[in-house]
Structure formats: C-alpha cells, structure tokens
Design a protein around this ligand. Structure first.
Ligand code: CMP
Length: 134
C-alpha cells in the first residue's frame, strides 16, 4: 500500500501508526459495534464474516476497518484472525492525517471499496440465483 511513498511520507506514517500482534481466533472488529481504528495486515490472515455466504479472507497488504472511519456507521462485519497476525493500527485522528499526507492513500481506499462493492453485488446475485433454484 505504501510502495510509492516518499521517505518523508514513510516517516510520517511510522510516527502515527503502531504495530499490534494478535493470536489466531481474535475478533478485531465486531459487526454493529463502534470502532476507532483502521488496520493494515502486515503478517497473517483474517476472515471478514459477511451476512450469508463464505467469509472473505484478507492477506498481508490488505486492510480493513476503513468503512466505519469513512462513513461513521457501526462496523459492517466481524473480522476475526485466522492465524497469528501482525497489524499496523491507525486511529481515527491519524487516519485523517494519513489521507492528507499521502494523497494516494485515498485513491487506494476508493479502488478497494469499489472492488468490495462489486464483489458484494456478485455475491448477492449468486445467493439470489441459488434461492431461486431452491
Ligand atoms: P468496517 O465496517 O469498519 O469494519 C468491518 C470491515 O470489514 C469493514 O470496515 C471493511 O474493512 C471489511 N469489509 C466489509 N465488507 C467487506 C467485503 N465485502 N470484502 C472485504 N472486506 C470487507
């Protein structure tokens, strides 16, 4: 995610982020609850439990927790670690700082969100088709 960042930008990210380790089976976010942090996966994998259908697995380099910070609504899904994980954690205040300091960050968020919407629509279509057969 930060591949294209300058040294100055990387230094400011290092200043505002903290690294957290969590064992497998930890719920990092719970659907319907508030939350004030954004997470980038450095190591390990997590599962995003969406209502109906298979959970979505996220890998190193991917992130979660942005929807609550961008939209203000409660967490949209429960996110549980599948393996021991190392996460880069950014608080709400610093999330705004990051968006100002690293303009590409907002672009990455937008691209990822549009992919997630498309994916969610495809899942909904598949579930609709499956229930029509049943
Ligand atoms: P947030 O709503 O803050 O907390 C739960 C997170 O799960 C959400 O932000 C996203 O980061 C992530 N999430 C929700 N829906 C999907 C999806 N369809 N694919 C991948 N991640 C998702």
């Amino acid at each position: 995610m930060f591949e294209e960042c300058s040294e100055r930008q990387l230094r400011s990210i290092a200043k505002i982020a903290r690294v957290v380790d969590a064992p497998a089976g930890t719920a990092i976010a719970r659907v319907g609850e508030p939350g004030n942090e954004f997470y980038l996966i450095l190591d390990g994998t997590v599962s995003v439990d969406l209502s109906g259908g298979k959970p979505v697995s996220l890998r190193p380099g991917e992130f979660f927790g942005e929807m609550r910070l961008l939209g203000g609504d409660p967490r949209s899904a429960t996110v549980v670690t599948d393996t021991p994980v190392r996460l880069l954690v950014i608080t709400r205040e610093n999330f705004s700082v990051l968006r100002k300091e690293v303009p590409d960050f907002t672009q990455i968020l937008l691209v990822t969100l549009s992919r997630r919407v498309r994916h969610a629509e495809q899942r909904a279509d598949r579930m609709g088709a499956a229930s029509a057969i049943l």
